[in-house]
Structures are given as C-alpha cells and as structure tokens.
Write a protein that binds this ligand. Sequence first.
Ligand code: 26Y
Length: 844
Amino acid sequence: MQLTRVDQQKQEAETEILRKIAYQVGVDAETVTAQQAYQGVAWTVRERLIDAFNKTQAYWREKDPKFIYYLSAEFLMGRTLTNAVNNLGLEGEFGEAIRKLGYSLEELQSQEQNASLGNGGLGRLAACFLDSIATLSLPGWGYGIRYRYGMFRQGLENGFQSESPDTWLTNGNPWEIPRRDLAYKIGFYGSVQDGKWQPAEQVYAVAYDNPIPGYGTKTVGNLRLFDCQPMSEFKLASFNEGKYSEATEDKRKAEDISAVLYPNDATEYGRELRLKQQIFFVSAAMQDTLARFKKTHKDMKELPSKACFQMNDTHPTIGVAELMRLLIDQEGLQWEAAWDITTKTLAFTNHTVMPEALEKWPVAVIGKLLPRHMEIIEKIDSIWIESLRKKVTAQVGSQSPKNALEKVAGAVKGALEEKTADPVEAALAKYSIITENPWEKGVKLVNMAFMATIGSKSTNGVAAIHSEIIKETIFKDFYELSPEKFQNKTNGVTPRRWLAYCNPGLSKLITETLGSNEWIAKTDQLAGLRKFSDDKAFQKKWRSIKLENKQRLADLIKSRVGISVPTNALYDVQIKRIHEYKRQHLNMFSVVNRYLNIKAASPEERKKMVPRVVVIGGKAASAYVMAKKMIKLVTAVGEVVNKDPDVGDLLKVVFLPDYNVSLAEVIVPGAEVSQHISTAGTEASGTSNMKFQMNGCLIIGTMDGANIEIAQESGKENMFVFGVDAKDIGRLREERKNFKVEDPRWNKIMQFLTSSTFEAGLFQDLVDNVNDMSKANDWFLLGNDFSDYLRAQDEIDALYKDQDAWTKRSILYTAGSGFFSSDRCIDQYAKEIWDVKPCEVPSS
Ligand code: 26Y
C-alpha cells in the first residue's frame, strides 16, 4: 500500500523518536518512563530545530542584514517542548508517535524543567521578545548568562518562604548546543599602563546556543548564553603538593560567575560578583559580534549599519564603556570615532522608577575590577560635562545668564532658585554620570542609567505612562536636553505561549469563530470577536471553556497545596513578585474584610454571597523582610479562613508556592478576575495583565502601567478601576503624616491582624507600616486607596451574579488584547529604534 506523505512523515518521526530512546536515552521503548519518553521526543525535536536554525543562520550570513542583539541579564524561558513542537508545526507528525508511547504531549512537557533564568517581568519580556523577533523573521539574537542555578525554588515552611537552589540542568538540556570551541577571554582587576589594560585575572566565556523557533516562518533565531570557565581547569602541581582545594580554586571561582542570578549583594564579594557577571556577558556578546562583523567588514564605521545592541535595563549598561574599550584598545580607533559608533549602536530600555533598582556602582568597585572601564567612564563624563558647560557659556553671551541657562536645562533653573553659589556648576553636577552617594559622604557612584542614556541613541520606557514619568523624573534633565532620544514602547506578550498554547480550548473556539487561525500571528483580528460578545450561544461556549480551565487550576491547587476549591466560585488571582508596591497586602485586607463579613452574616445573607477563591503566587527577594512577611500574611489568613466551618466554600485563600512560567500557563487561563493593584506611578508596565486580558480574565486595577492602555483597548467601563491618580501621589505622600483612614472596616481589619487569632506581634510591623503614621508613612498609600478598592471589589461580586454580562466583558477583554502582542511591540522597536528589517529564508 502506498503511504501518503503525511503518514510517511509520521512514521519517520516515530522511527526517529524510537532511535533516540534506544541510543540516546539507552532504554527499551516498552518500559519507557515519562521522563525517558520526554528525553527521546525532545532530542528528536532538537534535530528539527537545529536543521532550521542552521539554514536561517547560513542565510543571514549570506545576506548580511543588520542584526539586533538583545542584551539581558534575564531570560525567563519556561519550558520549550510544546512551544517548539507547535511553532515548528510538528504536532501532527509527533502527536501519534507520542500517543503510541503511552503519553500525551502535555504529560511529556510536564517532565521538562523550567528554564528560570530570570526574576520576573523583565526576564519574561525578554523571552517573549525572542519569540516575536523570530516570528517576524528579524535577524536577531539574545545574549545572556547560562546560570547553572536559575531563580530559586520557593517552598513554604510554617507558612514562610523557604528557598532552595534551582537545579534545572540535572537531567541535561536538549535545547542547547554547546559551542566549546567558541570561547572569549574576559579580564578582571589589574592595572592600566599607557592606556593599555593588563588584567590580573582572566576567565573564558563559553557559548551555548539555544535555537528560538518563530511561528509561521522558517526562521529560527538564537539565544546565545555564556558559561564561565577558568583559563586552566586544574593545577596539577598544587594537587601533587597535597593542596587539593588550591588545585581547583580557579575553576570554582570562575564557575561562581555563572552560578546564580543576582547573587546577594550584601557582601563586597557578592557586589563584585554581580558586576563581574555584567561585564562577563556583555563583553563576550560584544567580542562575539565584532568578530562576526570583522569577517565581512573592514571599516568599523559600518558597525551601526550592521548591529544594534538593546540594553535591557541597567544590568548590561557597562556595555557603553566596554564597546568604547574594544573600539579604542583592540581596534585602534580614536576616541571621537569610537564614541560616534557607540552612540549609534546602543539603545537602552528603562523598566523601573524604583530607586533601589536603578543601579549605581561605587567608583571604587568599578575602579578595582575594571580599571580601564573606569578611566573610560571618567572621560565620557568629563567630555559630556564640558560640552554642556560650553553650551551654557555660549548661550550666556549678552543675555541675562538666568534666561540663557534656562534654555539649556531646567536643572539650571532649579539651581538658580535654590540660590546655589555657582548655579552653572550645581546644574552641571545634576547631569554628571559620577555623583556623590547622598547617604555616604565621600563615596562616589557611577549612575548606570545616566551613562546608558548618554551613550545610547534611544532611551525608552515600557508603557505610555511610564515613558512620561521617566521624562519628568529620573531623566528630566536629559529629556530637556535631547527630547528626540526618548521614546515609548508599550510592552507586549507572545500570543503563542500565552493564548494559543496555554489555552487550547479557547484558542480553538476563537479559530472556529473567526474562520481561521491567522489571529495567532495577527492579533488585531481578535477584534473580530467583538461582534459575538452579545451572542448567547457563543457566550455559553466561552463559559464552558472557562469552566474546564478552572477545573485544571483547581486540580493544580489540590495537588500542590492539598486545598479543595469549588469550581462554581469566582477565581480571583494575583500572581507576580511579592513587593510592597504591588500591594498583595491590600488584597489580603479585602480578603479579611470578606471573611469578617461572612462571619457576621446570617445564613440567608450567606446564600446571596458570591463564593470566591483567592489565589496568590509569587516569590519574595531573599533579603526583603517585609515581602516575606506578606507571604506569611497570605498563608496565615488562609489557614484561618480555609478551616472555618462558618465559611465553607464561600471563601478559599490559596498561596501557590514556587510560581513560575509553567504554573502561570495553568493559572492564567483559569482566572476570572486578576489583580493589578500597584500604587499609581510605581508599576512600569506589568505584563501579566496583558496575559490575563488575552485569556478573557477581567481586571481589577489602578490607573498604572499598561493597565491604562488595556482599559483603552478593552473599555475602561469593563475594568474595575480604583485608586488615586499617579499625578497626585507626590502630594498625597507629603500629606500622609496627618492622614487617617476614616473607613471603619479598615480599623476592624487592623484589629483582626493584631488580635490573638495570630501569633503575638506577628503582623505588628506590617500593620504599623500602613497604619501608624508616627512610625511609618504608608509609602504605597494603601490607606488612601482602601475604600475605593473595596467598592471595586463589591462591583465584581455584583457583576458575577449576572453571568451573561460577565461573559460579555470577558469576550471584550480578549477582543481588545490584540495591541498587546509582543509582535506589535517588536515591530515598533525594529522600525523606530533598531532599523532592522525582516530577512526570511525563502521556501525551497
Ligand atoms: C539589579 C537589581 C536591583 C534588579 C534586578 C531585577 C533591578 C531590576 C530588576 C527587574 C526589574 C523588572 O522586572 N521590572 C519589570 O519589568 C517589566 C517588563 O518591562 C515591567 O512590566 C514591570 O512593570 C517591571 O517591574
């Protein structure tokens, strides 16, 4: 019998997988475990990936297009199997073979370790960006660190967070290609003589390529991660002398560099290690890029037409000095030429206005670890300040100095008003990269964000409001000088992972309804769902898919924390890093309020209440005491509520430990309302809000970050908006000292949290922080937003009683989410910052 082409492909896939199971995994197909089957399938998919990867890279070498290099300390990739199978269009071929082994793709995928090489939003954004860069066939690579241990694993001990190492590489990693022959030298310490740096220590950065398949294209991009290795593995002489630890000391020290993400910076060694990591991957990335560039180009001046480095927050910004060093010291360029190239090749994204996250390295630390870079930074700073001084002087001329100075920058005006003795110098100091530490006299710091802005062609924020805020605050003076450099690029998320693959039920319904699956690459088409939002039959289908997803989430909760949650309750979710500005404690105050209401209600009244399951997930930074206390708040309140027979199924409070990408892929589709309740002006953008929106989950939120644009796209009237306005925050913070929350419910909650229900004093500090203005100032304004938040919560309950009205809104959320595809975002970066154009391998 003649086999059809499809059958033939299926058979080939099966044969390949069985070979892998036999010879790579080394087991019998009859007795294969889920992990072994996963390995067999993954190593097979890897080959398909590499075929397409090699073709793409060869094509790009031939065409020599301009590349974008995305420099990021974080890449929160999650799992690869499903994404690779689907993006490569292999589900048909592989599905049957997997079933024959006795498994489903989902079961095999659950065997894969998450690649958690990131903390949160910024790292996941980088991962979504790689997906879109490949999908749009843009020549581009990501560059980062191959951390041996990713984001710590979170457990619970007595309701408190516990941390253990993330040993994600223990089963091997089928998704990477080690390039042991591709290693770059990275130097540290030493001295500079005659402008030449002699490092006292050197390590190797060894490349590992991680192919990134685009969707609906043959393009497979690359994430190149570097592993740190010593120059010499082993000192045999030391070993023979019986100095065993000395024999391997270099290896251990080198391996520290790529060991963990953000080593604790409480010690000097830790701080140095962080800076070592930064120069490590940035230098390797730049050396790698220049080496490729030089194969086909002689003149370094062409670099800006062939490469753009996007620096993801301040972590890679030592790159400004590194590119200058490479161009001057290695390539022999003059300062001016090198500066011209650098400022045309680099671009910078800011992701936060939180002062503690804006890196400032002590001059002493950089000077010791990277003496040549420090020299370069000092020169950049002095030339920069000199150029400003010239502008000021030129403008002073015959005019009154005050007016002339005002033209140069608002900062001068401030200095004049403050009646500073020398307003020009005072104003110029505000622009300086090197500043004195306000908390430690005599200690000088390098402001990395300032250096990045000065050394880049563009600086962008990540949501409309955030991009405005940075122009008015941290970069105010720079914005006034060069407004044309400042841009907004509202974040986006990949609709493949965050809708098509994580929510197959909804995805199928959308495809059927719109008549094709084109929406997966053209999310604008989701707007076509609007006209079905009132259609009762469609609403019913929409709801039944939500119910299935809620069941999946309920099963997950049961298996992870042993709590049974009813599926007829409203699923209310807040998942993100735990932080005071994100206000998980405000959420818990409302939970306590709900609990007290249930307790006080009659049986009749209870019947009218809408049952709620509140799910909170997220990790607290290991040194962040208050965030850890907030986790305890969730678990402790949960314990009281969940076992109270008066409450029954009316309220369940769940803390899901070890929140990560693959957990989010189950939580997001199952959520009905999600919370994005940061103090206005503090959350740069948020990206989980977009994922929830895509999956038709309603949002309760403040007018902060991308919530504002989500409200524009899906209708503000459809969002549960509350809270004070970002523009009032400054004033309200000043008025806090005399502020008192008048709402009686607030006091009841504060009393409850400090009552004997909990261990004596357990939440006193948390309560004092927001409630005792003699001790603290409620910096994140929970008191100001409290009553309005509860009002919005009541609106949620009321609407849920009308399931048709609720479902209509849910549909309108998905219909309005098209703008938040990372494809749209990356298209804007490519056109408005990078000047990089698609270059797709032609179909052969
Ligand atoms: C160096 C250290 C202090 C540090 C480590 C991690 C500083 C910052 C970060 C990470 C920041 C981050 O994840 N920011 C988030 O970026 C997202 C993507 O743009 C935004 O959506 C989100 O609002 C922002 O908090």
